[in-house]
Ligand binder design. Structure first.
Ligand SMILES: Cc1ncc(C[n+]2csc(CCOP(=O)(O)OP(=O)(O)O)c2C)c(N)n1
Ligand SMILES: [Mg+2]
Length: 321
């Protein structure tokens, strides 16, 4: 992999991490009033996948949406302002954290109804085929979304029609506070893709290079008209399901488990490798951090000083054309 790509992967993961850490820091001020689901610890999947996409390639996300939005090129100021419910937010302050949209980069949207965005991605891919466009559509969803009926209907149809869809399951082992073992039989999730005759693979979702390479291969196949691909990435959420805090004190998982996964931090791993291979220096990393810090401060200032939507505009921007 060339150095430019490695640099970009590191920068984008670090940026997402720092943005979400800032959100966690500011959240207790209670100026952001929407529920927020942070992807801290899971940055490699969003970045490794989206690095392989073109601007026209469509992404559908879910309740844990910030990383997907930013990795696809969604505007940072629009994200932060949206969390503050401001008129300058990417959804004009109507949506909050779980309803992000930036059509300028084909981030068609996030909604929190589990599995609900999977058929939309499939429909978008169907539309692209009918209109002779060569973009693909990507659906990001968690391990719990595969428990929804619509997941199977969507895979069935995509497989039948050979549609250009990439299914990305971010398996972080939990749905809210319930482990996978209490919800699903003992089998690998990617096998569900195979059951629908879709080429399917499982990969380490905390290894950005593995995520990037698996996605690259998948996108190449999909763009060659050879039908959908299903990728399951194993990863782990560090903080509570919804909100800025750590939650190992409430008993559904141990601190030791969280610490074990923190040692598998995708950002630390890539940084270590790039330093060892002398692709980047500590000074360059410090400069990266400073640049991102400035960008985040500017976005927070923009959000805090932006106006709330006018009451008279209440019924505008409810439906997207
Ligand atoms: C249809 C539906 N049922 C229940 C919920 C409540 N809910 C919100 S997030 C969530 C867990 C999702 O787990 P997963 O898909 O693994 O994603 P993760 O939160 O782990 O990223 C649930 C049950 C919902 N949003 N939609
Ligand atoms: Mg999960």
């Amino acid at each position: 992999m060339n150095n430019k790509i490695l640099y970009s992967l590191l920068y984008k993961m670090l940026r997402i991490r720092m943005v979400e850490e800032k959100i966690a820091e500011l959240y207790p001020e209670q100026e952001m009033r929407c529920p927020t689901h942070l992807s801290i610890g899971e940055e490699a999947t969003a970045v490794g996948v989206c690095e392989n996409l073109k601007k026209e390639d469509i992404v559908m996300s879910n309740h844990r949406s910030h990383a997907h939005y930013l990795a696809k090129g969604g505007e940072l100021k629009g994200l932060i302002a949206e969390l503050y419910g401001k008129a300058t937010g990417c959804s004009k302050g109507r949506g909050g954290s779980m309803h992000l949209i930036d059509k300028s980069v084909s981030f068609l949207g996030a909604t929190p109804i589990l599995g609900g965005t999977i058929p939309i991605a499939v429909g978008a891919a169907f539309g692209s085929v009918m209109q002779n466009r060569d973009n693909i559509a990507v659906a990001f969803f968690g391990d719990a979304a595969v428990e929804e009926g619509i997941f199977h209907e969507s895979l069935n149809f995509a497989s039948l029609k050979n549609l250009p869809v990439l299914f990305i399951c971010e398996n972080n082992l939990y749905s809210v506070q319930t482990p996978l073992s209490a919800r699903q039989p003992k089998r690998d999730i990617y096998l569900l893709g195979k059951a629908h005759a879709i080429e399917s693979y499982q990969e380490n979702g905390n290894d950005i290079i593995k995520v990037y390479e698996a996605t690259k291969k998948a996108v190449k196949k999909i763009k060659a008209g050879k039908g959908p691909v299903f990728l399951e990435f194993l990863t782990y959420r560090w903080r509570e399901h919804c909100g800025p805090n750590y939650d190992f004190d409430i008993g559904y998982r141990t601190k030791a488990e969280v610490l074990k996964w923190k040692k598998r931090c995708p950002i630390a791993a890539l940084k270590k490798q790039m330093l060892k291979d002398k692709i980047i220096s500590n000074t360059q990393i410090e400069r990266m951090v400073e640049e991102i810090c400035d960008e985040i401060d500017e976005a927070v200032h923009f959000a805090k000083t932006s106006p709330f939507p006018n009451k008279s505009d209440l019924y505008q921007h409810i439906y997207s054309k």
